[in-house]
Design a protein around this ligand. Structure first.
Ligand SMILES: Nc1ncnc2c1ncn2[C@@H]1O[C@H](COP(=O)(O)OP(=O)(O)OP(=O)(O)O)[C@@H](O)[C@H]1O
Length: 312
């Protein structure tokens, strides 16, 4: 018997390799009912592998994965699970309504077809063959099918990849509606924007490791970094890297300094206070990849942070 606050997902010290590739490296995390969790990470970070362990498609090499308190490979653990794969293979000649009724027929207490179509905004397209749907409509139908059995937990792998802005926003609305009724969502994305729009909690993964697991606001503060570039005649690399908020600092032999910091304003003030001569300063948003890299380096103190004199 599970209680309403029992974790729906428990991952404890899980490692999963593919040959020499370590896809997941000692990953632990817990998801409780009602959470909307974004797994954020660049391509190849390990997000899909983690989901495949939760859905029971794969087994960990080491560690424990539990779904609703049981083994995800046991079908009984998956009865309250809804999922959509990255690719949606819908039979093209079946009509939207027919596909929904077919899938709903497999569940003891499915959402009524009309309610489901309404939820995903496909009521007007109920009579259309799925082959005639746009990419965004297909994706919404796939999410609708994942919701057909009234799952308590929805696992979504890159739900809006390849969709245009409108279709993406429509799908976000579907997920928000489901979450508003108490549903739990875990979704993977390599778009900060998507995670920012939906998630309350963000787990950042890179190279198979959890780099951060925190509230959206806390993670944004760590990943919304600024990139500051300037030329200087002073050998500053080591000193600048030690300043508060600086995540990464490189200085070329020609004196160009390129650094990533959480607070560009404070950095400029520090340059002036320390009488560091600089010219041609530019400040730009650092990419998410740079933020991941900076987090990896910050979290791995034994790695050298400043390749002083490094050429790019
Ligand atoms: N079946 C497989 N065989 C070999 N290597 C694999 C396999 N599946 C995943 N990998 C490797 O494991 C690592 C993690 O891959 P994974 O697909 O989990 O990443 P991801 O974060 O989901 O990336 P993406 O956003 O591109 O889907 C990558 O280096 C990938 O190449």
């Amino acid at each position: 018997m599970t209680h309403t606050t029992d974790p729906l997902v428990t991952v404890e010290h899980v490692t999963r390799t593919f040959g020499a590739t370590v896809a997941l490296d000692d990953v632990s995390l817990t998801v409780r009912p009602g959470e909307l969790v974004g797994l954020l990470g660049p391509n190849g970070a390990g997000k899909s592998t983690l989901l495949s362990l939760l859905t029971g498609q794969r087994r960990p090499d080491r560690g424990v994965v539990r779904l609703y308190g049981g083994d995800p490979r046991d079908p009984a653990s998956r009865t309250r699970l809804g999922l959509t794969p990255q690719e949606t293979g819908l039979p093209p000649t079946l009509k939207v309504k027919e596909v929904v009724e077919f899938i709903a027929g497999h569940y003891p207490d499915p959402l009524p077809t009309g309610e489901l179509l309404d939820l995903v905004g496909l009521t007007d397209l109920a009579g259309r063959q799925t082959g005639g749907l746009s990419g965004g409509q297909k994706r919404r139908l796939a999410v609708g099918l994942a919701l057909a059995g009234r799952p308590g937990l929805l696992l979504l792998d890159e739900p809006t990849t390849g969709l245009d802005v409108d279709a993406r926003h429509d799908l976000w609305d579907v997920l928000r509606s489901y979450h508003a009724t108490g549903g739990t969502v875990v979704l993977t994305s390599h778009y900060l924007e998507e995670v920012q729009a939906l998630a309350e909690r963000v787990v950042v993964i890179d190279h198979g490791r959890v780099l951060a697991d925190d509230t959206l606001a806390a993670v944004l503060a760590r990943v919304q970094l600024r990139r500051v570039t300037f030329r200087t005649t002073a050998p500053t690399g080591e000193a600048l890297a030690a300043l508060p908020g600086v995540a990464r600092c490189e200085q070329d032999q020609d004196g160009t300094v390129d650094l990533v910091t959480a607070d560009a304003d404070a950095l400029v003030r520090d340059l002036v206070t320390r009488s560091v001569p600089f010219e041609g300063i530019t400040v730009a948003g650092a990419s998410l990849e740079e933020a991941f890299l900076a987090m990896t380096r910050v979290d791995a103190p034994h790695e050298p942070t400043i390749p002083t004199g490094a050429t790019r």
